[in-house]
Design a binder for this molecule. Structure first.
Ligand code: ADP
Ligand code: ADP
Length: 237
């Protein structure tokens, strides 16, 4: 469970990206955060795993106040929260499998250092995650040989290998064509429904958000201006 209590976020340049956010997101929800560019969607999502620190208020995840976590605790906490980016953030010059295995040692940046490092258990976990997103047959293919949609699925598999409770997705389909976007969204939906993982997604394609998300949070100028079911969205957000 995620709770924002009177949360503000002011960046160093004095931009007030979030103002008095109060939200409660339950386990297993599929939430889409929508709004215009610059509204604060990305900031909202990135505060949840402390990629950004909040400036005021409290942010509580599973009973833990995120802002109070220190060093090692932050790293441990982040492992329970998967993060998916628009740009996939993969190591393109190595195999799909290696990209998933990397999630077991995120502090290492060079794949070369990883040779022979992984246990059989890690390998099984990685292959299982690839199977869950339908790209097990690509395990030994280099990432730069894959389409954008397949690359986003590798990123999803890398996240799933960590058994996260929550997946945060920051514009996951923004650089994909409509057909591929649908495949990736279907993956998110399946992961949410079958594995019970909460999905919180920031997305500017409103029609896609309305089709997939059970709950829509509309953000404008750093404030929540809508929070409800997709079917109830009427006003412009
Ligand atoms: P969205 O995801 O809805 O496009 P953002 O959360 O990225 O919105 O940005 C909200 C506001 O905060 C914008 O005015 C943006 O320019 C500003 N902003 C975002 N990131 C930073 C940052 N690292 N430093 C300063 N300002 C930022
Ligand atoms: P994205 O949509 O992937 O977050 P952006 O172009 O919005 O990409 O931002 C890229 C990076 O720059 C992010 O880390 C964001 O926090 C930061 N950023 C965005 N707006 C500003 C800003 N006005 N000042 C400083 N940093 C910013």
């Amino acid at each position: 469970m995620i709770e924002f209590i009177n949360v503000d976020k002011v960046y160093q340049n004095n931009v007030k990206a979030l103002q008095n956010i109060n939200l409660q997101i339950d386990k297993g929800e599929f939430v889409a955060v929508i709004g215009l560019s610059g509204a604060g969607k990305s900031t909202l999502i990135r505060c949840i795993n402390r990629m950004h620190d909040i400036s005021q208020g409290q942010l509580i995840v599973d009973g833990v106040e995120v802002g109070k976590l220190k060093g090692k605790e932050v790293r441990k906490f982040r492992r329970r929260i998967g993060m998916i980016f628009q740009s996939f953030n993969l190591i393109t010059r190595t195999t799909v499998l290696n990209n998933v295995l990397v999630s077991f040692v995120p502090e290492l940046s060079y794949i070369r250092k990883l040779t022979g490092f992984f246990s059989k258990e890690h390998k099984i976990k990685a292959l299982t995650a690839l199977d869950q997103v339908g790209i097990l047959d690509k395990a030994y293919v280099r990432v730069d040989q894959l389409s954008g949609g397949q690359q986003q699925r590798v990123a999803l598999a890398r996240t799933l290998a960590q058994n996260p409770d929550i997946i945060l997705a920051d514009e996951p389909i923004a650089s994909l064509d409509p057909v591929t976007s649908k495949q990736v969204m279907d993956d998110f939906q399946r992961i949410n429904r079958e594995m019970g993982i909460s999905v919180i997604m920031n997305i500017h394609h409103v029609e896609v958000a309305l089709e997939y998300a059970e709950r829509i949070i509309g953000v404008r100028e750093g404030q929540v201006v809508f929070d409800g079911k997709a079917a109830e969205v009427t006003a412009e957000i």
